[in-house]
Design a protein. Structure first.
Length: 369
């Protein structure tokens, strides 16, 4: 019996990618985003499943991620989307990754390193249409940068792209404002370089508006069966790929007034039984879930009571219980007729499902379903 593990359903990842691919406009490619170790699900296995589900490209954020994925998937187009240092440019480029550029000095750096490696670098020029992070927000300068990339013998202009800030807010008009701005830049770039692929859509945009699909969509959260709108993934035909498992290590009788955990943040209101589960914030179970979550044991919900420790949590089993040490405990996933979604925990934590999945630490081994 393992202390704890996350079970990853790679078939769900494959099915989610097939679902998203079917949503795309004809001819648009699906790029599976596998950064942050596949949003906590395991990058290699999820990348493989995504490709089986119809993805034709992969994307990461860092040079180290590019090196990991590039070694395993050498013949799949790979894009490193994040900012890179000089040393990281070499790492990502050596891994066969395409790179993002948005400043001319960085363009020159990439060209210099490509020349040193003896082959051209494929680059995607990033336009800041309103996210306010990486990217150039001047449309004219973006076109000039695209021209410079296309004219440089050490570079190949592969794409023009942007990030959408409010795709997951269905009532936000800012989504359309960004697309309007991006449309103008795309038209200008593609008038001169029709081969450059345009891409903007994340998971939410893919499900929200086909206008955002262009020639490629970069999907992350939805390929893992997490709802980009923070509600129910089933509403969009998505299958959660991750479940978080542990077991009941002990069952203890608590007289009324007895307390559990640091700070005595919970005391038994009546005589009850308490289960101890060897999982805590060292594994990614946030302290803010103290007295604020349910754990599944025996197909029933049991409230998490008391402080979340680094290695243990406690649950109230009630005045009478048949739960015994050794029984499975599920913090995310389904057991019997009950289910705890990552979206539920995110709501309790006032955060997003991305953070819930990514927070599960490396101390928790990932196991295929």
């Amino acid at each position: 019996m393992e202390r704890a593990f996350a079970r990853i359903d790679f078939e769900a990842v494959r099915a989610n990618c097939a679902r998203l691919k079917a949503e795309l406009t004809e001819g648009a490619e699906l790029c599976a985003v596998v950064k942050a170790d596949g949003y906590g699900h395991g990058a290699d296995g999820c990348a493989d499943a995504a490709l089986k589900g119809g993805a034709t490209r992969l994307a990461v954020a860092t040079a180290a991620e590019a090196e990991q994925i590039g070694r395993r998937f050498q013949h799949v187009p790979l894009l490193t989307m994040g900012a890179l240092t000089i040393e990281e440019v070499d790492g990502a480029f050596s891994a066969g990754s395409e790179l993002a550029v948005w400043r001319d000095d960085f363009r020159r750096l990439v060209a210099d390193r490509a020349r040193a490696h003896g082959r051209r670098a494929r680059v995607h020029v990033k336009y800041d249409s309103g996210m306010g992070r990486l990217g150039n927000r001047d449309a004219g300068e973006v076109l000039e940068l695209a021209r410079a990339c296309a004219a440089d013998p050490d570079l190949e202009l592969a794409g023009i792209w942007t990030h959408l800030a409010t795709a997951d807010e269905p009532e936000s008009p800012y989504f359309d404002e960004q697309l309007d701005r991006f449309d103008e830049v795309v038209a200008a770039v593609k008038a001169e370089y029709p081969h450059a692929i345009a891409h903007a859509a994340n998971s939410a945009a893919v499900l929200r508006d086909k206008r955002s699909h262009y020639e490629m969509a970069r999907c992350g959260v939805a390929i893992y069966g997490l709802d980009p709108f923070q509600r129910d993934p089933a509403a969009h035909g998505l299958l959660p790929a991750l479940s978080l498992h542990s077991h009941v290590a002990d069952v203890k009788h608590f007289p009324a007034g007895a307390s559990a955990g640091y700070g005595r943040r919970w005391t038994a209101p009546v005589d009850t039984w308490v289960g101890v589960i060897p999982l805590g914030y060292g594994d990614g179970v946030r302290r803010a879930l103290a007295n604020n979550a349910d754990v599944l044991v025996g197909g029933r919900r049991h409230p998490l009571v008391g402080a979340v420790s680094m290695d243990n949590i406690t649950i109230d089993l009630g005045p009478e219980t048949e739960v015994e040490p050794g029984q499975e405990a599920i913090l995310i996933g389904r057991q019997g007729g009950e289910q705890v979604l990552a979206e539920e925990l995110a709501d309790r934590l006032d955060t997003i499902n991305y953070e819930v999945a990514c927070a599960i630490s490396s101390r928790v081994p990932r196991r295929p379903a």
